[in-house]
Write a protein that binds this ligand. Structure first.
Ligand code: IPM
Ligand code: MG
Length: 378
């Protein structure tokens, strides 16, 4: 029996291609693993009314880790229109399977390391090394939303909230409400994960990203908890920044930042900004990590316009596989893999279209594979 069971979830579009690339590399590293395919994505929504079928949920309950490609998501109306006619009106509205997966399996840490590889022509600046800890299960992703707003809810809000007076004359279909729900537990565990990471890897500072000056209840609580947790880590500096100012400061001086921690939506936004500084979509790897299961993915989408062309850069996914190796405790393989990726980038012979070259997805994977046995530091 193999040492690890890994769920393999290619999903849609280029998701299939980048996972194929990651598989080439993992096979060459001789990871002792059994890879089990799982159905997920748009086709299953259209044919079964569920983009994340129960059989895939069951599979995820039985594995050590998973690799996930990408999923096509469409707004509710478009989704309904593509659903098999017999299912229309009978199934729950479309929701992104990755968001469901994070919540269902309590994958509360979204870990996004954004490091510029030396010689990458897409670097904003050389030497950027930022790690984003994004809360991954709550906040504006809670799914508690109302459109139209039921009268019952409006009645309660009118009783309990003064500012609601500005909206109380509206009819239910004249506005919509999306709830930002943040818990103490959820806030504390992501903040603690960021500090633990800083401690383990000798990082100097954790920056708490929020908007507590306006969003007082939820972000105020997040910031307050961060200050409490920070006291337990005297060797690590803590500062905080409003999410809007943060976008400017990150561009102005990315070297001022080390570890960032943020509630779900701000983390989503800030991590895309950081990804762009280290090469864009082809370089953003992501880990969705819980206490029992972790799912690794590139942060990019399924890029329908490139599907089938094998031209997208697989490095984000290959670096996600590297994060999976670390999570499994396969440090040596992870190191070799990262070094091989760095070597290929530095060498500048094999480059995908985003990097200004014409190499294919699989050529990139093979070039990385060819360097897996180059001694460390060469
Ligand atoms: C991400 C993506 C997802 C998110 C989408 C695809 C639902 O943007 O992983 O960052 O918003 O979390
Ligand atoms: Mg995102």
């Amino acid at each position: 029996m193999a040492k690890y069971r890994i769920a393999w979830l290619p999903g849609d579009g280029v998701g299939k291609e980048v996972l194929e690339a990651a598989k080439i590399v993992l096979d060459d590293l001789e990871l002792d693993a059994e890879y089990i395919h799982g159905d997920i994505g748009w086709d299953f929504w259209c044919s079964e009314g569920d983009a994340f079928p129960q059989r895939t949920i069951d599979l995820l309950k039985s594995v050590d880790a998973a690799m996930f490609g990408a999923i096509t998501s469409k707004p509710a109306k478009a989704a309904e229109a593509e659903l098999a006619p017999a299912l229309r009106g009978k199934v729950a509205p479309y929701r992104s399977p990755i968001v469901r997966m994070r919540q269902l399996f309590d994958l509360y840490v979204c870990l996004r390391p954004l490091k510029s590889f030396r010689g990458n022509p897409l670097n904003y600046k050389e030497g950027i090394d930022i790690v984003v800890f994004r809360e991954n299960t709550e906040d504006l992703y809670s799914g508690v939303e109302f459109s139209p707003v039921p009268d019952e809810l409006a009645g309660v809000l009118q009783k309990l909230s003064k500012p609601f007076a500005a909206f109380s004359s509206l009819k239910g279909d004249e506005y919509a409400i999306s709830c930002k729900i943040n818990t103490r537990k959820g806030s504390e565990r992501i903040i603690r994960a960021a500090f633990e990471f800083a401690k383990k890897f000798g990082r100097k500072k954790v920056t708490v990203v929020q908007k507590a000056n306006v969003v007082r209840a939820t972000d105020g609580m997040f910031l307050e908890i961060a200050k409490e947790v920070a006291r337990e880590y005297p060797g690590i500096a803590m500062d905080d920044a409003n999410v809007d100012a943060m976008t400017m400061w990150l561009l102005k001086n990315p070297f001022n930042y080390d570890v960032l921690v943020a509630p779900n939506l701000y983390g989503d936004i800030i991590s895309d900004l950081c990804a762009q500084m280290v090469g864009g979509l082809g370089f953003g790897a992501s880990g969705n990590i819980g206490d029992k299961l972790a799912v690794f993915e590139p942060t990019h989408g399924s890029a329908p316009k490139y599907a089938g062309q094998y031209k997208v850069n697989p490095i984000a996914t290959i670096m996600a596989a590297k994060m999976m190796l670390e999570w499994l405790g396969e440090e040596e393989k992870a190191k070799r893999l990262e070094q091989a990726v760095a070597g290929v980038i530095r060498e500048a012979k094999v480059r995908t279209y985003d990097m200004g070259g014409s190499s294919t997805t699989l050529e990139m994977a093979k070039a990385i594979t060819a360097r897996l046995n180059v001694p460390v530091g060469a």
